[in-house]
Structures are given as C-alpha cells and as structure tokens.
Design a protein around this ligand. Sequence first.
Ligand code: NAD
Length: 333
Amino acid sequence: MKIALVGLGNWGLRLIPKLFAHPGVEKLYGYDIDESKNSHVSGEFPELTIVSDYDMILQNAEISAVVVATPAASHYMLARLALESQKHVLVEKPLTNSVADAEQLVELARHRELTLMVDHITVYGGAVRALKRIVDADELGELLYFDSVRANLGMLQSDVNVIWDLGIHEFAVLDYLIGELPVAVSGVGFSRYGKQEEIAYVTLYFNNDLVAHVHVSWVSPIKIRRLIAGGRKKMIVFDDARAKGKLEVFDSGIDVSAGKRTERPIISYRRTAPRVLEYDESEPLALMVDTFVASINARSAPLTSGESGLRMVRVLAAVEKSLKHKGSIVPLD
Ligand SMILES: NC(=O)c1ccc[n+]([C@@H]2O[C@H](COP(=O)([O-])OP(=O)(O)OC[C@H]3O[C@@H](n4cnc5c(N)ncnc54)[C@H](O)[C@@H]3O)[C@@H](O)[C@H]2O)c1
C-alpha cells in the first residue's frame, strides 16, 4: 500500500517511522505546506518521497490512503479532499473542530465505502485494553465512577484549548470502556496565560447514575496520567507515572447492610492490598497504524472509526458550550 502523510510537524515525525516499519506500507509520501519542514524531514528520512503540492497526492492513483497530521482546523478540508479522491483516511485527533464537519466526513466515507479512522491513541495502550477486558468481564461489578487526571507543564496550544488537546484522550477512553455517550456534560475552564483554557474540570453524566470526572491541565508542575475506575465489587487504578505496577486491581469497596436492632445501616469498608496486573506494552502508535492498514485490507471498521471521531467531537462541542456558560449542564442529543 502506498500512503501519503500530510503534516510533517511534531506528530508527523513520530508517525513516519511507524508507517515505514509497517510491512503493508510499500511507499510513503510526505507533504507539508511549510517548505522548510519538507527539506528538514527529507534529511532525516531520505526514503520519504516529498511532494510539493497536496494535489500531487490527490491525483496520484497509486496512493490509496492519506494520513492527516496537521492542526485541527485543517483536518476537515484535507480529509474531505482525500475521500473525494477515493482515498482511505486516517486523521489525527480531533477528527474535526465542528460536529457538522465530522458528520460530513463520516457520511462521505460511508457513501464512498472508504475507511475513515481517527487517531484516538490512548485506546491502543495496553493498560487501557486490559482495563476494557476487566470491565467487559464484569470484574468491577456495577460501575459507579471514573476519575481521571491528565496534566503536565505544557504544551500550550494557540489553536485549541486543553479540552480539545488533552480532554479528548480521556473522553475516548471512556467511550471505549463504557460504550455509550454521556447524556450530559458540564465543565469549567480557565485561561491564565493566553486565550485558550489551560486547565479544565469536566463532569460527564452517563445513564444509570454513572459519573466520570476528567481533570486536564497544561499548568501542572508534575506529569500526572491517572485513571481510577470504581465498581461495586472492585476498583482499579492506572497510574502511568509509576515505573512499574502501573495497573492495580483492588478488591476494595463499601458494603452497606441494614442494621438488625437500629434504624442505622451498617457500613463496612473492604480494604485490600492491590493486585498488580501485567499488560501488553507494545507501542500504541504502531498498533494504531496497524489497525488502519488492517481495516483497509479487511474492509472492516477500525476500532477508532470516523463514527467514534464524530462521537468525541460531539462531546467536545458540548463541553465547550458548558465552559462558555461557566459549567452549566449541557445535554447531548
Ligand atoms: N494522537 C496524539 O496523541 C497526538 C499528539 C500530538 C498531536 N496530535 C495531533 O497531530 C496534529 C498535528 O500536531 P503537531 O503537534 O504535529 O503540530 P505541528 O504544528 O508540530 O505540526 C503540524 C504541521 O502541519 C503543517 N500544516 C499545517 N497546515 C497544513 C496544510 N493545510 N497542509 C499541509 N501541511 C499543513 C504545518 O506546517 C506543520 O508542519 C494535531 O491534530 C494534533 O492534535 C495527536
């Protein structure tokens, strides 16, 4: 398969070795609107075929797929032109910056029977996939809450806020684990250094009283990437900052039973030592690229399909609306 990568910035440079390493990728073309990037990247990856115009990719019938790794505002047009040129498309997160644009891309891909995929990279992480197996096996029991934090110092973005940059990773994990959209969201965010919110606290309300809280920040002195999932039977903690024992299951919980002699319920706490879970530590980016190539070859929907990209844009747009109204609860249709 011949693939073209559009956008040779920070993330594009990380995608290039993964695309080259894939046995199904026969040739890789690269294009960036900024010519200085083209010469820099071809020095680093001489086997990359640089083209000077996006039209050269669109009109090259040998190129069957396009990977879009440009800033979010350009995703829609670049992806649309590629789909209209009958090419499969992988778009970096977020799929687009508006719900209407995401809907159009999904419809276009469906109509043309092409693969449209979005890089929700966190879903391809081994710990998250292990967590999914535990949730699906009902090991945690009834799900009560999710609590996640993704924080670091930087990188401040000028075109999107911290919700669109980091929040999307957490929302995609919840989408994957829970398998349904929240019924409503609310969020507050703050900007202290520029126009875009750099810190945000978001609550997602799901059916059956399940609540998820997501805290994302570009203004943290330490790197935090932690997810706690609480179930009635068991609870689980994923702490990516640890050197080892990142994923732990606790048989901990709270049992409430009716008191025999009094009206007051008896509350007992189950506190147990954690059990460390091992998981597949393969590179998520390589797995994501593999999923894209495999879904094209098998003509099957990838895990992070255009539809999942659309779902995340819907959540992001609703959170954005809530941020503008100081945390008011915004229902999702
Ligand atoms: N999946 C992830 O974990 C992850 C991580 C980082 C970035 N990203 C995503 O990757 C994308 C790129 O981010 P980045 O950090 O590499 O940004 P960047 O600014 O470093 O690179 C973007 C590149 O795109 C080029 N570009 C802009 N408009 C273009 C156009 N119309 N045609 C061709 N090239 C164009 C720019 O010249 C630049 O070289 C963003 O959508 C971002 O959200 C995803």
